[in-house]
Ligand binder design. Structure first.
Ligand SMILES: *Cc1c(COP(=O)(O)O)cnc(C)c1O
Length: 489
């Protein structure tokens, strides 16, 4: 039965608040401010509470179930991060406050910058970018500024592998660069011969995702870096998915000149509801001067009596600001807390378990689902959601049916180079019992695909709403729960 809308509960004159008697003289509002028709429901307080609590329970979330949405790293977000972000000294400080009064806040930013430098093998970090894609744009603007500064004006082309995240080509175009797509070979690596052919004095750089969106470690990463550097280009790293590398390998050591992190994936700040995110960029020495500013630095090292003094510094050839104030500060506090809680050995354990969980699922599902690039994976892997003996079944049907088993579907139809892609990322925070339950559901669905395909095609059956017409929903957006009421008003 459909849930009642709050408007259906409306009863004329019913109120959710009781106002005290007025103790000031009564005055008429100016007529131009009074609306004749204001279609708001008239309901009691408990109606409102029940309405919103009911709505919140319709959501699927990481706090309610397994969420293997590939590339998005939907890991558990420890609640202690939230406590830290709500501490009054963080939550109520103002970015225009004097720097002397913000020393604790600046110290925290400085430490996060230092740790991200250490984790990635970089010489400088800016915390400004608001999300991963914003970090990409920032990194590309840094690369462009570097070439411009050297008078190297011909470098306008950026190479992007066909397995890249969709944001990569979009960021390249936003940065004013021309795009050339690099094909992948049959092991899911960049095709080196093709790269050799294309590389010339017009190349600004390459955008490399490692591990790539197939969840595979780019086996020729150092060779790609060498070739691109030899022809004068720089290496941009999409580090959105750093969880399988933490404490094992540093992108800066592999030849990446600039890389963005996703604090809201790797460092457990919440995401999935549209933000806010945080996409800091790290750079090697030759790009430090171009970082967006200001960044936090030690402006006076202090002595035995006095602690160091932190201040805001704008790098010499900075590309300028990419975000108001200091980025999404609350996200930086959450990431700080997460890193402090884990420490070095904990970070390494994140990587070990993220990789182990993904490989566990890959092997358990590998006999039933075709995995086109089947080698040891990093934090995720991509399976095909199709079988030759169940012709009418698509990846989408499998995903919808998974919802009946209480699981969030994996990422569908991405990366584009795999047919009917199901991109599965379990993350390091799931127990073996959860992984086993997921395997069991996936195997059951594979069986149903052959014995009862209609069950899949009409799924989901147990959710508040069944199969929606996604194309119609996207084309004819209705953002109001009572469009006819608003239209009348
Ligand atoms: C998530 C992701 C991005 C984009 O990050 P946003 O914060 O969503 O902008 C870019 N690249 C890869 C590989 C990703 O997984």
């Amino acid at each position: 039965m459909p849930e009642p809308l709050i408007f259906d509960l409306s009863s004329p004159g019913r109120k959710g608040v009781s106002m005290p008697d007025s103790d000031v003289p009564h005055t008429e509002l100016p007529q131009e401010f009074v609306r004749e028709i204001l279609p708001l429901p008239e309901v009691s307080e408990i109606d409102v509470v029940r309405h919103f609590v009911r709505l919140s329970q319709l959501n699927y979330s990481i706090d309610t179930g397994f969420y293997p949405l590939g590339s998005c790293t939907m890991k558990y977000n420890p609640k202690v991060n939230e406590d830290a972000a709500r501490l009054a000294g963080f939550a109520f400080s103002h970015p225009l406050q004097d720097q002397e009064l913000s020393q604790g806040n600046l110290a925290l930013m400085y430490e996060v910058q230092e740790w991200l430098k250490e984790i990635g093998g970089f010489s400088g970090v800016s915390l400004q970018p608001a999300a991963g894609a914003h970090g990409e744009l920032t990194g590309l603007l840094i690369i462009a500024a570097y070439h411009r500064d050297r008078g190297d004006h011909k470098r306008k082309v950026i190479l992007v592998p066909d397995s890249a995240h969709g944001t990569n080509p979009a960021s390249a175009i936003m940065a004013g660069l021309q795009l050339i797509e690099l094909p992948s070979d049959d092991r899911g690596n960049i095709d080196l011969d093709k790269l050799r052919e294309i590389c010339d004095e017009t190349i600004a750089g390459v955008m490399l995702t490692n591990p790539n969106t197939l969840g595979l470690f780019e086996e020729h990463v150092q060779e790609v870096a060498k070739q691109v550097h030899e022809c004068g280009g720089l290496i941009y790293g999409d580090g959105a998915n750093m969880n399988p590398l933490l404490g094992i390998v540093r992108p800066g050591d592999l030849g990446f000149d600039v890389l963005h992190y996703n604090l809201h994936k790797t460092f457990s700040t919440p995401h999935g509801g549209g933000g806010p995110g945080s996409g800091p960029v790290g750079v090697l020495e030759h790009l430090v001067d171009f970082l967006p500013g200001p960044v936090v630095d030690v402006v006076d090292p202090g002595d035995e009596q006095l602690p160091p003094l932190f201040g805001l510094v704008t790098p010499e050839k900075s590309i300028g600001r990419v975000k108001a104030f200091h980025g999404h500060y609350g996200m930086i506090v959450r990431a700080y807390t997460y890193m402090r809680m884990l420490g070095k050995s904990g970070m390494r354990a994140v990587a070990d378990h993220a990789v182990l969980s993904a490989n566990y699922l890959r092997v358990k599902l590998g006999d039933t689902y075709h995995i086109p690039f089947d080698r040891i994976c990093m934090h995720e892997f991509v399976a095909e959601g199709r079988w030759s003996d169940a012709k009418d079944i698509h990846a989408l049907d499998i995903s919808k049916r998974l919802m009946d088993f209480g699981f969030h579907p994996p990422t569908n139809y991405f990366p584009l180079i795999v047919h009917e892609a199901l991109m599965i990322e379990p993350t390091e925070t799931e127990s073996i019992e959860t992984l086993d339950a997921f395997v069991e559901a996936m195997l059951k669905i594979a069986e149903e695909a052959k014995s009862n395909p209609e069950l899949l095609r009409t799924a989901p059956h147990t959710t508040p709403f069944g199969r929606l017409d996604e194309v119609k929903a996207a084309r004819e957006l209705v953002l109001c729960c009572r469009p006819e009421v608003i239209q009348k008003a």
